[in-house]
Design a protein around this ligand. Structure first.
Ligand code: GLA
Length: 401
């Protein structure tokens, strides 16, 4: 009996040591593309291959984007043993061939499932098949799993996401685990050791400040989602990011709004998952998505989200601490009219409300670069004066002299 107890104890110890999330993934916010925002269920292997081709030819891969993620509606049926297969009509070459194609371009492959009995699109969910699905994904060469929360009944969110985390880990292939339960169960409080990122809100919608009513749920414009991030920055950091949802850049907002949306996602250290048709982008869309300085602010190795420093009549000033004592500053104009910025640095002492970063511009001098105009400016010795257009941003990179 004693021996039996000992064996049980050792087995549990081993089990525990094998139940964790994969380390050393998403040390900076993940960058990639996901099919949902533009294509919804109208996907097939050609759509996905085109996105991979365009990620390379547009310069996005060189700018740091790497994941090509297939969202909902790729599924066929489960076989007699319960293993999932891809829809044969949409993906005639199969998922392994598609993954190989994506990998051959130097990119990574992501897929989607759901913790419940069915996905949000009514496809087979992973409930009760977690370990089988994880084995299947690993055998296909999956690098990223977005795991949704539809049709979960009374399931416990933390337990459900832990089960899938453990299943992925036991399948042995390092896979980024993207939790998508829309912030309903406050994943920022429990998911740090479970997933590499977690959605903080319901779905995004390609508009500046609207609520799109779908009956029993709503999707949200950029400013609505931005405001819902309030209070969450202290929970994020390398390997565990707040995810304010995939981007809508290139999906119908104005160029200024797209620029502001992208700048704010960079200031928030958000995962940069493009959601537009990469094979059909305007020059402006490419320029926004590949702005190297803005991406460097997002990818800064400190991994500290920006915070709202001040707000007046729709003009917000955001600060983001960067490595080596540098900072990024964004002036966001939410309003329908122009705003004049007169920012006299030496009048401001900046104190991060959640982390130990401070700056007193009387004591420390910075050089300034306008990230969107790609222009070096004067230093923080003199006041910064500029006009921010409606629904637009000015972002400055402050480098310590
Ligand atoms: C949910 C998610 C979306 C998308 C759809 C797919 O709404 O939040 O991002 O994955 O499901 O059906």
């Amino acid at each position: 009996m004693k021996n039996l107890f000992f064996i049980f104890f050792i087995t549990m110890l081993n089990f525990k040591s094998y139940a964790q999330k994969f380390d050393n993934i998403a040390e900076t916010p993940p960058m990639g593309w996901n099919s949902w925002n533009k294509f919804a269920c109208n996907i097939n292997e050609q759509v996905i291959r085109n996105a991979a081709d365009a990620m390379v030819s547009s310069g996005m891969k060189d700018a740091g984007y790497e994941y090509i993620v297939i969202d909902d509606c790729w599924h066929g049926e489960r076989d007699a043993d319960g293993f999932i297969h891809a829809d044969k009509e949409k993906f005639p070459s199969g998922m392994k061939a598609l993954a190989d194609y994506i990998h051959s371009k130097g990119l990574k492959f992501g897929i989607y499932s759901d913790a419940g009995t069915e996905t949000c699109g009514g496809e087979p969910g992973s409930r009760g098949h977690e370990y089988q699905d994880a084995i299947k994904y690993a055998s296909w060469g999956v690098d990223y799993l977005k795991y949704d929360w539809c049709n979960t009944g009374k399931q416990n969110a933390e337990a459900s996401y832990t089960t899938m985390r453990n299943a992925l880990y036991s399948a042995g292939r390092p896979i980024l685990f993207a939790i998508c339960e829309w912030g309903d169960n406050k994943p920022w409080e429990w998911a740090q050791d479970i997933g590499h990122m977690w959605r903080t809100t319901g779905d995004i919608y390609a508009c500046w400040d609207c609520e799109e009513d779908h009956g029993d749920w709503s999707s949200w414009g950029v400013l609505k989602i931005l405001d819902m991030q309030d209070g969450l920055r202290k929970y994020a950091g390398p390997g565990h990011w707040n995810d304010p949802d995939m981007m809508e850049v290139g999906n119908g907002m104005s160029v200024a709004e797209d620029r502001a949306h992208f700048a704010m996602w960079c200031m928030l250290s958000a995962p940069l998952i493009a959601g537009n048709d990469l094979a059909d982008m305007s020059a402006e869309t490419v320029a926004i998505l590949t702005n190297k300085d803005m991406i460097a602010i997002n990818q800064d190795s400190l991994g500290i989200q920006g915070f709202k420093y001040s707000s007046k009549e729709g003009l917000e000033t955001w600060f983001k601490p960067l490595k080596n004592g540098d900072w990024a500053v964004t002036f966001l104009n939410r309003a329908d009219r122009e705003h004049q910025v007169n920012f006299n640095w030496e009048d401001h002492q900046i104190k991060d409300p959640d982390f130990e970063y401070t700056v007193d511009f009387k004591n420390t001098l910075f050089s300034l670069k306008d990230v969107w105009a790609q222009k070096d400016l004067k230093t923080t010795k003199s006041s910064f004066n500029a006009v921010v257009a409606p629904h637009d941003v000015i972002t400055l990179q402050l480098t310590k002299k």
